[in-house]
Design a protein around this ligand. Structure first.
Ligand code: PEP
Length: 225
């Protein structure tokens, strides 16, 4: 099982360091844990990954960070294609695929997010899968360091998780396309994590808001063991 924390634009560097300290005494033998803090809180730690990265070593890309900055902290893990980057920052599939390709060549572990908006979900699983397949364009689904996160847009940060049936059918369909681990994300909380982790083809969770409290996140890790 994989349990990942996405801080989004929350927490300072000091808070992130304190958070990681709290995780030091957690037993990770049967669970893989990843933590994605904001850029300003990147530190050298095995759990840490970047929430995003530009597909270049360095260069004239104001407001971005690239390989050189990640190397400084020995970071080898990146989150790509998060719905907030797709929909708020207007990242195109072509650009995301470029990032994927660049960081794949650098041997990064890539957490790759896909997920449909509500109007697509309302049309049923066939439409959902067509949408998700368009988000797989240009992505090597057999990359050995790929971890997929299925995150329906309407479930992220809303407090409304997808139903067991919706998660089950979608993960089952994604599983037909790849052997990569498939995480579920979207309003995963302490009170629904066990039920979600029990669904076939769910290999873990990507947690946003509920991960901000380290004690809650620790309990989630324990439930995943
Ligand atoms: C996320 O940011 O990837 C996420 C799933 O957020 P939340 O858990 O808050 O819905």
């Amino acid at each position: 099982m994989i349990v990942a924390a996405n801080f989004k634009m929350h927490k300072t560097r000091k808070e992130t360091i304190e958070y990681l300290k709290e995780l030091e005494n957690v037993e990770f033998t049967r669970v893989k844990v990843a933590v994605f803090p904001p850029f300003s809180a990147l530190v050298e730690n095995d759990l840490i990954g970047a929430q995003n990265a530009y597909p270049a070593q360095n260069g004239a890309y104001t407001g971005e960070i690239g390989l050189e900055q990640l190397n400084e902290f020995n970071i080898k893990r990146v989150l790509l294609g998060h719905s907030e980057r797709r929909h708020i920052l207007n990242e195109s599939q072509e650009f995301i695929a470029k990032k994927f390709d660049f960081y794949k060549k650098e041997g990064f572990e890539i957490f790759y997010c896909v997920g449909e908006p509500l109007e697509v979900r309302k049309q049923g699983i066939k439409a959902v899968m067509e949408y998700i397949k368009s988000q797989f364009e240009g992505i090597d689904l057999e990359y050995e360091k790929l971890i997929i996160a299925y995150e329906p847009v309407w479930a992220i940060g809303t407090g409304v998780s997808a139903t067991t049936e919706e998660i089950k059918e979608t993960h089952e369909e994604i599983r037909k396309l790849t052997s990569a681990p498939i995480l579920y994300g979207g309003s995963v909380k302490l009170n629904n994590i066990s039920e979600i982790l029990d669904i076939p083809n769910v290999d873990g969770v990507l947690v946003g808001s509920a991960s901000l409290d380290v004690n809650t996140f620790k309990e989630m890790i324990n439930k995943a063991k």
